[in-house]
Design a protein around this ligand. Structure first.
Ligand SMILES: N[C@@H](CCC(=O)N[C@@H](CS)C(=O)NCC(=O)O)C(=O)O
Length: 194
């Protein structure tokens, strides 16, 4: 199995989740501007969309999109998903919220087209972080146990910190808790981020 990633990009979430699940995989770095892998291969032949993450399974099947890859990981390691009758739906709901409402928003804060856009985007981001902070039911997004959605949220908080966006309590402590996890440390080391 091969995970195509760019250091510090959203693919870090999948990298963390794969380590949390204890799955074996090879990491292949992609240079986003040139869409070439570290060995010079054309990444668009793997993922014609041209962006990371992409996960190539042992039989050559290619999975793309954070929400899909994280769901696939959680299906292999069910302890990384919330339980109960609505567990799968709640996970889809959270991955959709993080992907569509946080990830895409923060990209606009990283690459704003104007100061005005950045101001508006950062205000909306603050509201969305407050929404999560006010509803955190325990140490993690679904309570006591970490899920694949936490890996995705951790990466978004990492970006928010780099953007110097204020994080409401208890998100700073949540961030530190996530960052202290051995799987997170391992992924950060593999990506050259620590
Ligand atoms: N909808 C995609 C978005 C992935 C995405 O935005 N990837 C970024 C890195 S965080 C990327 O590779 N961007 C390069 C590009 O869009 O050209 C997903 O959730 O997987």
């Amino acid at each position: 199995m091969k995970l195509y990633l760019a250091p510090g990009a959203c693919s870090l979430a999948d990298h963390i989740a794969l380590h949390e699940a204890g799955l074996e995989f090879e990491r292949i770095k992609v240079d986003i501007p040139t869409r070439r892998t570290e060995s010079g291969d054309d990444f668009t032949k793997v993922n014609p969309k041209g962006y990371v993450p992409a996960l190539v399974l042992g039989d050559g099947t290619v999975l793309t999109e954070n929400a899909a890859i994280l769901t696939w990981v959680a299906e292999r390691a069910p302890r990384l998903a919330p339980g109960g009758e609505l567990g799968r739906v709640r996970l889809a709901e959270m991955l959709s919220f993080i992907g569509a409402e946080l990830h895409k928003l923060l990209i606009r804060s990283i690459f704003p087209t104007s100061d005005q856009e950045k101001q508006v985007v950062d205000e909306v981001a603050a509201q969305r972080f407050a929404y999560i902070a006010e509803r955190l039911p325990g140490d993690y997004l679904f309570g006591r146990e970490m899920s694949v959605a936490d890996a995705y949220l951790y990466v978004m908080l990492r970006w928010a910190k780099a953007l110097k966006l204020p994080l409401p309590d208890p998100l700073p402590a949540y961030f530190d808790r996530m960052e202290a996890r051995p799987a997170v440390q391992l992924a950060l080391r593999h990506e050259g981020l620590i």
